[in-house]
Design a protein around this ligand. Structure first.
Ligand code: NDP
Ligand code: DXP
Ligand code: MN
Length: 379
């Protein structure tokens, strides 16, 4: 029986994690749940999964739900609430599924407390990968990837020697606008951008897929998770999202992981590793899929991907600034404050004005995050 806490239980990954938990009641129980503002769904989850501890984004929200909580459930709020759910209680496993670098301090606190992490929240590794991976190494904590591409690579590498890896390749669907030219991007709407061809996900990551920022964040995430230099990390367009990623070894063998696009599979594998359990996902029939197609990545079509990789190579706070600027730019696009193409322009402008600091500590990371957000908000 694994005792699990979830940061972001009301989101796309959070709810699918609870689907997995519900399917295997003899394997998992819930210790803590942290939500943002969706208190109605959180209360439903409390009734069904009986956590001992919950948290919401603010004190006002906590005051709203306090009378409706069963006696004995501990209630927290704000950033401190995230830390309490991540590192308090007696869970032995944390799923980090909040959106954005808001997950950083709580993830570090959970690692400090010796908890294994199922990592969906890629922004945490992008903003401070060196701090997270170094602390996990010192504490002997496992970082188990939930992101589909990283789960795929993790599964392909099972038992392999890192020196035998020639390269890893992350596949990319191309996002909502993959068949549009750059000129055609000018008038696209929020609704268009939120229509991902293969995956049903939260709003922010769906926009990131359309700009290809998601793949940029994933290249940086892969660098930290697998300890590989950027030169050994490739990206390939694969519109069907059936091959979730692959590894090429020095003897020229390629091992890939395949399946229908369903996040419950990588979520469950991160929870059950190194074992596997039955899954609700529909089995893949290659005969029905018929044809899998691939295209070389066009970096001129997706300049934000190129910029993300440059930031990864620059290191230090460059990726922190990139991530923070992107979080703000995407939020502005979703509020209809800026057009889609302005997201890329904001990223470029923020990075032009950013002087990276190498080996930043947590305070420097947080200061850089704050400054990049402020600039991205004013551009
Ligand atoms: N969705 C997917 O298929 C995939 C997602 N990921 C990554 O997983 C992470 C989560 O993505 P996704 O599930 O799509 O996102 P969603 O937007 O669907 O969910 C985000 C969750 O975080 C909560 N939240 C947001 N802000 C706060 C806060 N300040 N304090 C506490 N909770 C907060 C939300 O609460 P509420 O709704 O109550 O406000 C919600 O539960 C992202 O990093 C994403 O890149 C990676 C691979 C695939
Ligand atoms: C499901 C998942 O892992 C997402 O990160 C997915 O990869 C998004 O798809 P693209 O970024 O390839 O469009
Ligand atoms: Mn992914």
């Amino acid at each position: 029986m694994k005792k699990i806490s979830i940061l972001g239980s009301t989101g796309s990954i959070g709810t699918q994690t609870l689907d997995v938990v519900a399917m295997h009641p003899d394997s998992f129980e819930i210790d803590g749940l942290a939500a943002g503002g969706n208190t109605a769904l959180l209360l439903e989850q409390v009734r069904r999964f009986k956590p001992r501890r919950v948290s919401v984004a603010s004190l006002e929200l906590a005051d709203d739900i306090r009378p409706q909580l069963p006696a004995g459930v501990e209630l927290y709020s704000g950033d401190e609430g995230l830390v309490q759910i991540a590192a308090g209680g007696d869970a032995d496993y944390l799923v980090t599924a909040v959106m954005g670098s808001v997950g950083l301090r709580s993830t570090l606190a959970a690692i400090e407390a010796g908890r294994d992490i199922g990592l969906a929240n890629k922004e945490t590794l992008v903003t401070a990968g060196h701090l997270v991976t170094e602390l996990a190494r010192r504490k002997g904590v496992n970082l188990l990837p939930i992101d589909s591409e990283h789960s795929a690579i993790f599964q392909c590498l099972n038992g392999e020697n890192v020196e035998d890896i020639a390269s890893i390749t992350l596949t990319a669907s191309g996002g909502s606008f993959r068949d549009l030219t750059r000129e055609q991007l000018q008038g696209v709407t929020v609704e268009d951008a939120l229509r991902h061809p293969n995956w049903a996900m939260g709003a922010k990551i769906t926009i990131d897929s359309a700009t290809m920022v998601n793949k940029g964040l994933e290249v940086i995430e892969a660098h930290w998770l697998f300890g590989l230099p950027y030169e050994q990390i490739n990206v390939l367009l694969h519109p069907e999202s059936i091959i979730h990623s692959f590894v090429e070894f020095r003897d020229s063998s390629i091992i890939a992981q395949l399946g229908n696009p369903d996040m419950r599979v990588p979520i469950q594998y991160a929870l059950t590793y190194p074992r596997r359990l039955e899954s609700p996902a529909q089995r893949l029939s290659l005969a029905q899929a018929g044809r899998l197609t691939f295209r070389e990545m066009d970096f001129a079509r997706y300049p934000a991907l190129k910029l993300a990789i440059e930031c990864g190579k620059a290191g230090g706070t460059a990726t922190t600034a990139f991530n923070a600027a992107n979080e703000v730019a995407v939020a502005r696009f979703l509020r209809r404050d800026i057009p889609f193409v302005r997201i890329e322009e904001i990223l470029e402008k923020v990075l032009e004005r950013h002087t990276p600091e190498s080996h930043p500590d947590l305070e420097q990371i947080e200061e850089c995050d704050r400054a990049a957000r402020e600039l991205a908000q004013t551009l």
